[in-house]
Ligand binder design. Sequence first.
Ligand SMILES: *[C@@H]1O[C@H](CO)[C@@H](O)[C@H](O)[C@H]1NC(C)=O
Ligand SMILES: *[C@@H]1O[C@H](CO)[C@@H](O)[C@H](O)[C@H]1NC(C)=O
Ligand SMILES: *[C@@H]1O[C@H](CO)[C@@H](O)[C@H](O)[C@H]1NC(C)=O
Ligand SMILES: *[C@@H]1O[C@H](CO)[C@@H](O)[C@H](O)[C@H]1NC(C)=O
Ligand SMILES: [Zn+2]
Length: 465
Amino acid sequence: MLLNAVAPLSLLLVAPHTPQVSESCLSQYYYGTHGQQDVFITDDYVCVSDAAAHLSSGSAVQLTEDVQQLVWLQHQAVEPSIKPPAFQDEFNAFFSRLSVPAAASTDSEQTVFSNQNAAKVLLRTPTSALISVDSSTALTLDLHLPRFWKVSPLPPAPVPLVPVPSEAVQRVKDILHGLKFDPVVASIVSNISVPQLRADVRYLTGESPQSEIVSRHSFSKGVLIAADWLKANFEAHGASCKLKPFLTGFAPNVVCSYEGSENTTETVLISAHYDSRGSFGSVRAPGGDDDGSGTTALLGIARVISRKGLKFRKNVQLVAFAGEEQGLYGSRYYSRELYEKGANLTLMIQADMLGYHAPGEPPQLGLPDIIGTPEVAQLVANLSAIYSPELKVGFTPACCSDHQSFHQNGFPATQVFERAGPIADPMYHNSGDLSDRDGYDFDQIKSIAKVQFATLLHTAGFDLP
Ligand SMILES: *[C@@H]1O[C@H](CO)[C@@H](O)[C@H](O)[C@H]1NC(C)=O
Ligand SMILES: *[C@@H]1O[C@H](CO)[C@@H](O)[C@H](O)[C@H]1NC(C)=O
Ligand SMILES: *[C@@H]1O[C@H](CO)[C@@H](O)[C@H](O)[C@H]1NC(C)=O
Ligand SMILES: *[C@@H]1O[C@H](CO)[C@@H](O)[C@H](O)[C@H]1NC(C)=O
Ligand SMILES: [Zn+2]
């Protein structure tokens, strides 16, 4: 598939993400934010020169008509202690594998890409690259990437750049300003059970003898087992769930709802992604931390909702996304659907990686440094101080989970993460990402889940029987 409507002489512009861009003429040529960079494609040179005045830095590439699917590759922010290889050192080997035409390869191990047309590199920085590959290669790139790289495919056409409306931000500020400790909330959120979190995550990773799951990669058999199991468990705790397919070959999103008692369209959404990624060449992708931990936290919250007989005043959704590891696919589709329906999301919070902190470090809560709604992050930080004071709260440069899709569609959103700093989990994107290992801390998962749950309770309102 070629990019739709790439006119000859189109320019591709890349600039660090800034909220101001929504006011620029460039907003109509927006192709998403990738690796915290805004990407635009246009042949409107008048707009480009007008906009250049507002961009403090950036790069431009002339596109040719043979560009195929464009994919952003980004090296994650990782602690030096786990010795991540430099992006530049791994790039050449990766790209030469990518460029081997299938027929010319004799070694079956190396025949990993059936690239019809030559792959091309359009842009490189010390920690990222923009490449052009055919679309089937683009969908399966994550299987072959060096482990600290994330992949983010560009959409085939411009997408709307929707700022979060000021009324929506004001609603979050109103909740923040009225905030005070509520002993009922404290007793509800502390009911999350650590032994149950452990049992649930061990099912998802396949560590439990009762589980047949070997991988929860988006295209695996195990991820479909996980989807059915999640739906059944959320439903057993009073939610109404749907498996919502979004793209052929991918596991579906698991979307679970609780109808509010008030007559309102307002909806509060909390989420995680249940797909996972393993090591290159290994079929195992247990995803115990990434993101078995966030998925299990959601289920732990659902179990308490049912145990306490909670009824929410506003509508609530608990969503487990698929396709995150291929480039936020599940959340791109679902957030777009909600935007097109005019959904009224008060806020959304994605939990992605809650379980790990380096041995010797205190339990932590990381909030995204750039992508997301600062007011939602502030609300979460303040609720953390109130209900989980044991957590050391700070920002993380580890970037870009499913909250980004919602934020791009104008919904107030943030993420909760396991560290106030870069990724330190030595089993990140590795087939050894199990729950039974040093540094994997169920108490930290519970502490962060309490914060996500408290935000839900303070935002949606609730009644007890
Ligand atoms: C939120 O926390 C900040 C400090 O982190 C504090 O200054 C502010 O007063 C808090 N706001 C509320 C409403 O509690
Ligand atoms: C949760 O609440 C139930 C009853 O409401 C109680 O039996 C259980 O021990 C509580 N669990 C925790 C971890 O607080
Ligand atoms: C709910 O609110 C809508 C719009 O405000 C109104 O038209 C409708 O009658 C209300 N329904 C009930 C059951 O009160
Ligand atoms: C969302 O709900 C609030 C509260 O009911 C209402 O004031 C607001 O107009 C709604 N917004 C949209 C976009 O429906
Ligand atoms: Zn993740």
